[in-house]
Design a protein around this ligand. Structure first.
Ligand SMILES: Cc1cc2nc3c(=O)[nH]c(=O)nc-3n(C[C@H](O)[C@H](O)[C@H](O)COP(=O)(O)OP(=O)(O)OC[C@H]3O[C@@H](n4cnc5c(N)ncnc54)[C@H](O)[C@@H]3O)c2cc1C
Length: 396
């Protein structure tokens, strides 16, 4: 269906943040256009799909009001479920903790969330690129050619390179260490632990990050590296590191022997925290566009959805005349700002540890499983902070 000339709200990007925003805004009776440049939502895949269960998310971001769509995930969107997370230190020693999580199929989950938004009344427009943002007027280029649409409020949920954010000067810091590169393969023909998600550390394989193995059920798995270009060796790219991990890592290469690569996935992960400003009088950004990600693990599905929900509620309240749109800024920071900020701080600290395999192996040996879980979730228990201080990492 051809879009109208104007809407109450236009949401740019039908990923987890945008579809959640569109669904909640439409539920509030607003006219909503949800637009995405992809021809097939969720494709190409740019995600490992690791998503802790709802109860775990409640502990992770305790002040956040989680969208119900994080609890009611259709079985068809879940590859498999895991109950354990294992860290493998550079010296090969492993340690882990219990965590109940799904490995979700983002190709299906993104479509499901967009369908939920459409069911709530949002107009969904795919294969349509937003090429220009002029205030609340957008130039679209897609199935209906090039045309202009307007809205009272624009929600930019258009990922880490947000055109909406850039047009409104809401941009993340340009610190190269604040942007991660994630490169993944989907594999078949493997026999990996279906109950556990594994995370591997070591400067040779994953400078400034970690590699993961996530079972996708049966004989399939998703493996990847989340690393920082600023820490790459000369002449090495993200794919080179993943190949090195797959074929040469002393533990992983044995587990993955005989694997066939069925899909290649790459993307960027904004691990530098939120831009200083995420709202203007008529525009807000949410999800990766707003740095709504837990920097210690690169997980952003749930926080993007929380950001999307708050964006919709703030826009609807504003259009109901209840508040300024800028209320969004305080609302999301109250619900999950502390966790996002702490995770960036912990990530910076981990960066120092990750420079040395010896230090990283010592830290993994020293830190209890319980505390490891907290760190992974972007928290820094005081006892760990004190121990790390003793390691003279320049922490203050
Ligand atoms: C390789 C990789 C692995 C990851 N693994 C995990 C994981 O296991 N668990 C986890 O929680 N997180 C993971 N993440 C992070 C997670 O994928 C993101 O945090 C999450 O997708 C953010 O959702 P979003 O809706 O903000 O943005 P996105 O999912 O990026 O959606 C943005 C949408 O906007 C659209 N768009 C962009 N620009 C325009 C435009 N100009 N016009 C129209 N449409 C536009 C895009 O097509 C896209 O559909 C991973 C990221 C990467 C790159």
């Amino acid at each position: 269906m051809r879009p109208e000339d104007s809407y109450d709200i236009i949401v740019v990007g039908a990923g987890p943040a945008g579809s959640t925003a569109a669904m909640y805004a439409a539920e509030r009776g607003r006219s909503v256009l949800l637009v995405d440049r992809k021809k097939d939502l969720g494709v190409p895949l740019q995600c490992g799909g690791f998503l802790p269960h709802y109860e775990t998310l409640e502990e992770l971001v305790p002040r956040a009001e989680l969208p119900f769509t994080l609890e009611e995930i259709p079985k068809s969107c879940i590859h498999t479920s895991t109950s354990y997370q294992r860290f493998i230190a550079p010296n090969g020693v492993s340690k882990g903790f219990h965590v109940n999580a799904h490995a979700i199929d983002r190709r299906r989950f993104d479509k499901h969330l967009a369908q939920m938004a459409a069911k709530a009344g949002a107009q969904l427009l795919i294969a349509t690129n937003v090429t220009e943002v002029n205030g609340t007027e957008l130039i679209l280029d897609g199935a209906f050619g090039e045309y202009i649409v307007k809205a009272k409020v624009i929600i930019g949920a258009d990922g880490p390179n947000s055109i909406v954010g850039k047009a409104n000067n809401m941009i993340r810091s340009d610190d190269p260490m604040g942007t991660g590169t994630a490169f993944e393969y989907e594999l078949s023909g493997v026999d990996v632990d279906k109950e556990a998600v594994e995370m591997y550390f070591g400067t040779e394989y994953v400078p400034g990050g970690y590699a993961w193995i996530i079972s996708q059920g049966g004989d399939t798995a998703n493996i990847g590296v989340g690393i920082r270009e600023a820490m790459f060796e000369e002449h090495m790219g993200a794919r080179d590191y993943l190949d090195r991990f797959l074929y040469e890592h002393p533990i992983a290469s044995k587990k993955l022997e005989g694997a066939s690569i069925t899909s290649i996935v790459a993307g960027i992960v904004p691990v530098g925290g939120a831009p200083k400003v995420t709202a203007t009088k008529d525009t807000i950004i949410a999800g990766d566009a707003a740095g709504h990600i837990i920097a210690t693990n690169g997980g952003g599905i749930s926080t993007a959805m929380v950001g999307g929900k708050i964006a919709a509620e703030s826009a609807s309240d504003h259009l109901d005349g209840k508040c300024d749109l800028m209320v969004y800024e305080n609302r999301w920071r109250e619900q999950m700002g502390l966790e996002i900020k702490t995770a960036v701080y912990v990530r910076k600290l981990m960066d120092k540890l990750m420079l040395s395999d010896k230090l990283m192996s010592t830290a993994i040996k020293m830190i209890s499983s319980e505390h490891m879980k907290s760190i992974q979730c972007g928290q820094l228990p005081d006892v760990v902070r004190k121990s790390l201080l003793k390691m003279n990492l320049g922490l203050n």
